[in-house]
Design a protein around this ligand. Sequence first.
Ligand code: GLN
Length: 246
Amino acid sequence: MSTVRLAHLYPEQMNIYADRGNIAVFAQRLAWRGLQLDIAEFGIGDTLDPNAHDLYYLGGGQDRDQRIVAHDLVATKADALRSAANNGAAFLWVCGGIQLAGTGYTDASGQRLPGVGILDVDTVAGDSRLIGDLVITTTLKELHCQVVGYENHVGRTLLGGDAEPLGTVVKGHGNDGESGYEGATRNRIIGTYLHGPLLPKNPQLADLLLSWALAHGGHPTQLEPLDDSLAATARTVAASRAGLAR
Ligand code: GLN
């Protein structure tokens, strides 16, 4: 049976807005197809084997927790993560996650938190929070569709020359409230501000990440279509709550 090996980073510190729900979606969408998810959790002080995982997940967190995590990431995991990223492993890093995937995050107190540098983005806290429903159109070459979620961040993220946005903002603020971009991507890495959790309402994105992870593990990547009508309804409701006509 094909198995996707998932590394869940800092599940205790980085889990606001039920981001752990994204893991449940990965597991269930594989199970429905007779495939399996192996989950390994990594916390403060744990080291990582860069060849042992196909998919790396990091959720969002409060600035206080993010500070602890940022220093630990750089001290114990950054080299392995950079090597995994360059070897084609898949990444989904949400909110505080996209900030720590970049070169760094200057938080609201002016403190500079280091990032691991797998995405060419940099983040600086602004003087207001960017909050609300968020709808984007993805610009990924594999996937052009609407993706919905919720954002709540003080950080403003700017893309460098080596990062593409995940998508363009249809409704909401996105990376910085000005550029019209949301998230960032490079290779098989996705960083985004979309919480909610993201994947229950956006199964197409879940399947893209799973197909990348399967490819990394040397497995067939064709995923049987599933009945996603409930998720489609949830997306319509979220889009209308964001102010878009049904
Ligand atoms: N601390 C970050 C910010 O407010 C991330 C918040 C989050 O992960 N929700 O910008």
